[in-house]
Ligand binder design. Sequence first.
Ligand code: PMP
Length: 460
Amino acid sequence: MPQTPNSLHARDIEYTIHPYTNLRAHEEQGPLVITRGDGVYVFDDEGKSYIEGMAGLWCTSLGFSEKRLAEAARKQMEVLPYSQIFSHRSHEPVIELAERVVSMAPASIAKAFFVNSGSEAIDTAIKLIWYYQNGRGKPNKKRIIGRRRAYHGITIAAGHLTGLPYARTGFDLPMSDRFFHVTPPSLYSEGNPGETEEQFTDRLATELDTLIITLGPDTVAAFFAEPVMGAGGVIVPPLSYFPKIQAVLRKHDVLMVSDEVICGFGRTGNWWGAETMGIEPDLMTIAKQLSSAYLPIAGVLMSQSFYEGLADQSAAIGNLGTGYTYSGHPVAAAVALETLRIYDEDEILNHVREVSPHFKRRLDALGGHPLVGEARGVGLIGAVEIVKDKASKTHFDPAIKINAQVAAQAQAHGVILRPVPIDSVGICPPLIITRSEIDMMFDGLEKALDGVATSTLIAA
Ligand code: PMP
């Protein structure tokens, strides 16, 4: 990319700080500047097209050119661009959206609290849980359990719950001793030799039970889990996992929070990851596909009995003292509502169910590639894990960043994918992707794997 002082490249390096980026490397390398989108494709500033095989950051379910969402935003901006919902104020888009989201949520869910991002949803859920426990007269029941490799965001509380060290390293976290992590449900990477799925999930349920008993059930408030773990490597749990986990939680009066930020709104072939994985949540966090990411909006959904606890406590204190200027923002809410209408009218769930067997076939076929230790996925989310030796599951030296190499080669072949731990490449296209676009995406990934296999063989 030519770098004149006024180029987007040069100005980006001069002024913009990028999240999750080695800032010194960025000064040398500069950005990939994306200028427009069309369907599942995005285009860079040189006109090169890419299949967005990650739907941005697991979020643009309807692709990059849904005119109805632009129109919904424009209309709402003309009528009421902003109104707040603190202190008994309300507006139609937020009322309609809360009703709509609750009506499509699992039966246990009764109320919605809107925020702006996944991290805010997680932080808010944690705060509400602590508030609720105080209201129930259980001030010691505050500890929160998550899983290693979980991704729940990066704000201070969410950063404690995320089970990936990079959310804490260098940021002076942890600063609270209320957060604990148990084993993620990956039989491939966490199973003992010869262990069956049933034995593995029994062991994980026992691990959780033992931790809660050791900590003291009266000190443990909630368990947070993504139904399918996303940014930690797309870990699809065995189907027996969540029912066993949930039985342990019920026994100890511990709340189950399903983090649906990635899985919600059809990603796994049902509206909710909770449905796909047999979870009955007390709370859910939602974001991303709620608005197809066209505007930032997220939420915390909760059961009636949890709400009753919050309501009693707010009456006792006089106020539920948490919320954001942009909670339930009318334009974001209108765009989310239009997104949900499109899901219905275009039968997005049927579409996902129709194309996902093909996605799975192409994914499974990569399992035979010499570099792929495991190919895993459900619905329209998946990953391949890259290994040096399939039999022993040995990984490459982390310094060579083998998964970043594969993602870079895929990008050169016109497919955007994402390196995720451990040595995996995530795949999570817009839900509107067609069968032939799925083929193009996997063809690109296959070429990238072949290219990296050749270069690592040469290097070895
Ligand atoms: N939870 C999950 C499951 C996520 O995948 C993410 C983001 N990838 C978050 C929470 C945090 O969302 P945000 O980046 O919007 O803060």
